[in-house]
Design a protein around this ligand. Structure first.
Ligand code: 26Q
Length: 834
């Protein structure tokens, strides 16, 4: 009989079913008819984990044997979403499991819905980390994700009376069948105290942290399954536990106090994810979180290397750290500390290793997101780390003086702009750039802005470090899992290579010209819209027409992302329809989803405004349902999948230059939505790939925005005074039209645009400046959609041209240009045909 080569899970249906029934029995003393959906989820989870563990062990054995160079992806956030469906997809067992469960009388969707979303992240940066882990495993690279096992991840958003209310998300209340506690890898992390110096018998300085508080870091491992290749990597997230104290009664009063403090520290440290996105809050606990997971991760990385090698000076040959923004940047000093204090390397030797191991990704140019720690706080919490940072700074300033000698007259200015420690602050981005061997932005435009504006001085000093890595997303989750109808359709036409090589999806291009294919495509989109309409009916009680244009903006709420521009335009359209009831208008459903940081006033008020506008418009029978407005509560990875699949229009309307990349824009494109956007972030590259005739672009360019900013902004009152339609919309913010006659509710939004009462710059994000251009673009969308042939063609072309935006491509670029990892292939298993 012919031998078949197979690298994937040999999925044995009978074994799986038996395993589920067995798990239900031993875990709950029930048979499947008696078990709850949650219990069945647990049973299925353990059955799948069982299969994964074999691959996990094989992979790790292979790594030990081949000793490839590996990457540690250090990140405060991993926004993984649910694991079950994703693991099944990557094991190539989704359909089989679906059928097995059907045979047991169980609906796989219901079971998937039992799993809490692992929301250990805010938004783009955390989700990017999750996509990267998926791609690393799928491409066969050795990688560890290193992060924090927050007890509470991103809050759950409830909408009460139109306002956002934050509810803690106790995701650990439900057991996670996929995680593995690894107490044998526990590390100790020290905070506070002071540093003593003594000289040892070899004449070396010995630095010791004394009188510190210590916390145990206990790792939990989560498997990261590669697609169809048997590789299973690890996401290691650290929990904090108090160290065992001696008998409390033997303490004197001082020690007792300390023991209690230490226990509180352990309890607090991993309690909650800071729900800020693109905004820095200088909270002491946040710095503790950073050092906690970094110290544990770096200790483990060094120890692991030394288990199989003997010279720590060569660690860079086998290990690299990627710092996901500046949040993990203390890794630089922690690695220096371990190399010098524990392995007795000299400063120069330790610096050589560190600067060959650490690399940094920048995700923002928003000034308010930059991390600057007060020296007082930093040095009190991390006394030894601070000494090292100070010394890095001292030496760096010598380098500045060498490059810009005093006779140039610019030395002081350069020091002021570039020093790591300056003005009582520790600047984490400067530390990451100076100690890293690579600095990358996340889209071409973003990297150019870094080089030419934000980090110009550093680029001048270290041009060789700067490079671009345009973000990407995993097509396994965001097409194969999220949109099975479209995924199957794509595979029917071009085969399934796209699943691991998204560049192949360009073969779809020819089908854009085929009438029947366009029909099929639009039909799939329609069915996905019906699915979303049902979700909206269930969650919002609002009826939306799946034949209307689904116009969607889902992302974190931030002023620079300009949800306010979107809703002001909806208000404008509504006025138009009311004033001209007979005007032609293609029915539109405006869909929003967004969480606002809990303390972000204008963001929260924008949510209220969207809901207030929805209330008025959705209940106005006179407009015949031409506009519907829907705010989807608790936007997160799991409902994002439904939303992308059902979208016609992808709203990517940030003020040009502000959105570093965006990744939602790519998920929409992959699912055949048309981008309505500014020339910002990765939108630029999306338009370049799909052609500007297949997207709708509007607004100021980033150069224009930057120009205005450098010249004190612009005066929105000119627009207010000259544009009657805009004025009417703005007056509706303060005349009670959408707020039951409350003229104060939305006044701060009004003020933010016109600056009538504050000293802040008016309309910092150019909403009024871009309004007319946006309204025209929206008109174009309508004309475009009415021409169904043209729309369908453009939508298919968006799918077909999305190849560049796979995170597989991004990861391969990181590997080629930054990490230089070795690829690992598992020996192929021979399975005989049955
Ligand atoms: C910092 C200090 C204290 C508390 C919180 C923070 C914090 C947390 C999260 C600062 C920033 C973030 C997140 C930033 C982020 O998500 N940036 C996005 O990264 C994406 C991936 O590269 C890009 O696509 C987006 O453009 C960018 O906004």
């Amino acid at each position: 009989m012919a031998k078949k080569v197979q690298t994937t899970l040999d999925f044995d249906r009978e074994l799986f079913k038996r395993s589920v029934l067995y798990n239900v029995k031993t875990l709950y003393r029930k048979n499947i008819e008696e078990a709850t959906d949650q219990e069945i989820f647990q049973a299925v989870g353990y059955a799948i984990k069982d299969a994964i563990v074999d691959h996990w062990m094989t992979t790790q054995k292979e790594y030990e044997k081949k000793d490839p160079k590996i990457v540690y992806y250090m990140s405060m956030e991993f926004l993984m979403g649910r694991a079950l469906g994703n693991n099944l997809i990557n094991l190539q067992a989704y359909k089989a499991v679906k059928e097995c469960l059907e045979e047991l009388g169980v609906d796989i969707n219901v079971i998937e819905d039992q799993e809490p979303d692992a929301a250990l992240g805010n938004g783009g940066l955390g989700r990017l980390a999750a996509c990267f882990l998926d791609s690393l495993a799928t491409l066969g690279y050795g990688a560890y994700g290193c992060g924090i096992r927050y007890r509470y991840g991103m809050f759950k958003q409830k909408i009460r009376d139109g306002f956002q209310v934050e509810v803690p998300d106790n995701w650990l209340a439900v057991n996670n069948p996929f995680e593995l506690r690894r107490p044998e890898y526990t590390k100790q992390v020290k905070f506070g105290g002071y540093v003593s110096v003594s000289v040892d018998e070899n004449g070396r300085n010995v630095f010791r942290q004394e009188n510190y508080q210590v916390v145990n870091a206990v790792p939990y491992d989560l498997p990261i399954v590669g697609y169809g290749n048997g590789i299973v990597n690890t996401l290691r997230i650290w929990d904090a536990q108090p160290v065992e104290c001696f008998q409390l009664d033997s303490f004197d009063k001082g020690e007792y106090q300390k023991a209690v403090e230490q226990e509180n520290l352990a309890r607090n440290i991993v309690e909650v994810l800071y729900p800020n996105d693109n905004h820095w809050a200088g909270k002491e606990l946040r710095l503790k979180q950073q050092y906690f997971f970094i110290s544990a991760s770096v200790q483990e990385a060094v120890e692991k290397y030394m288990r199989t090698h003997d010279d720590v000076r060569k660690m860079y040959e086998k290990v690299t750290f990627q710092l996901n923004d500046t949040h993990p940047t203390v890794a630089v000093a922690e690695l220096m500390r371990i190399l010098m204090d524990d392995y007795y390397l000299t400063w120069d030797e330790a610096w050589d290793v560190t600067t060959k191991v650490c690399a940094y990704t920048n995700h923002t140019i928003m000034a308010e997101a930059l991390e600057k720690w007060p020296i007082e706080l930093f040095s009190r919490l991390l006394p030894r780390i601070y000494q090292i940072v100070e010394e890095i700074n001292r030496r760096f300033i010598l380098d500045i003086e060498k490059k810009y000698p005093y006779e140039t007259g610019i030395t002081q200015e350069k020091i002021k702009k570039m020093a790591i420690v300056y003005d009582g602050q520790v600047k984490m981005a400067h530390l990451a750039i100076v100690a890293g061997y690579s600095v990358n932005g996340v889209a071409r435009l973003h990297t150019e802005i870094l080089k030419n504006q934000e980090l110009k001085d550093f680029y001048e000093m270290f041009p060789e470090k700067f490079n671009n890595k345009t973000n990407g997303i995993t097509q396994r989750r965001f097409l194969l899992h999220a949109n099975p109808l479209l995924a199957d359709w794509v595979t029917e036409h071009i085969g399934d290579d796209w699943i691991t090589d998204l560049s192949k999806i360009k073969k779809l291009k020819v089908y854009a010209n085929d009438e029947q294919c366009r029909q099929e495509f639009m039909n799939i989109k329609y069915r996905n819209k019906v699915r979303l309409a049902e979700y909206i009916m269930e969650h919002n009680g609002v009826e939306v027409d799946p034949r209307s244009i689904f116009d969607v903006q889902v992302k974190r709420l931030h002023e620079y992302k300009r949800q306010l521009l979107n809703i002001l335009h909806v208000m404008y359209l509504y006025n138009q329809i009311k004033e001209h009831p007979d005007m032609e208008f293609y029915p539109r459903t405006f869909i929003f989803g967004a969480k606002a940081a809990a303390g972000y006033k204008n963001a929260k008020l924008t949510i209220k405004l969207i809901n207030s506008v929805a209330d008025v418009i959705n209940n106005d029978e006179s407009i015949d349902g031409k506009i519907k407005v829907v705010f989807i509560e608790n936007y997160r990875v799991s409902n994002a999948e439904l939303i992308f699949a059902a979208s016609d229009v992808s709203e990517q309307i940030s003020t040009a230059s502000k959105e570093a990349s965006g990744t939602g824009n790519m998920k929409f494109m992959l699912n055949g939505a048309i981008t309505l956007g500014t020339m910002d972030g990765a939108n630029v590259e999306i338009v370049e790939e799909v052609g500007k005739e297949n997207a709708v672009i509007f607004g100021l360019s980033s150069d224009e925005v930057i120009n205005y900013e450098n010249n004190g902004g612009y005066d929105p009152m000119d627009i207010f005074n000259s544009d009657e339609d805009i004025r009417k919309v703005l007056m509706q913010l303060v005349n009670g039209f959408y707020s039951h006659n409350d003229t104060e509710l939305f006044r701060t939004l009004y003020n933010s645009l016109l600056n009538t009462e504050s000293t802040d710059k008016a309309d910092r994000y150019f909403i009024l400046k871009d309004f007319r251009s946006y309204a025209e673009a929206q008109k174009k969308i309508e004309e475009f959609y009415k021409d169904e042939e043209r729309w369908a063609k453009a939508a298919i072309l968006n799918v077909a041209c999305s190849g560049k935006f796979t995170s597989d491509r991004t990861i391969q670029e990181y590997v080629d240009d930054i990490w230089h990892l070795d690829k690992v292939k598992l020996p192929k298993k021979k399975v005989s045909d049955k």
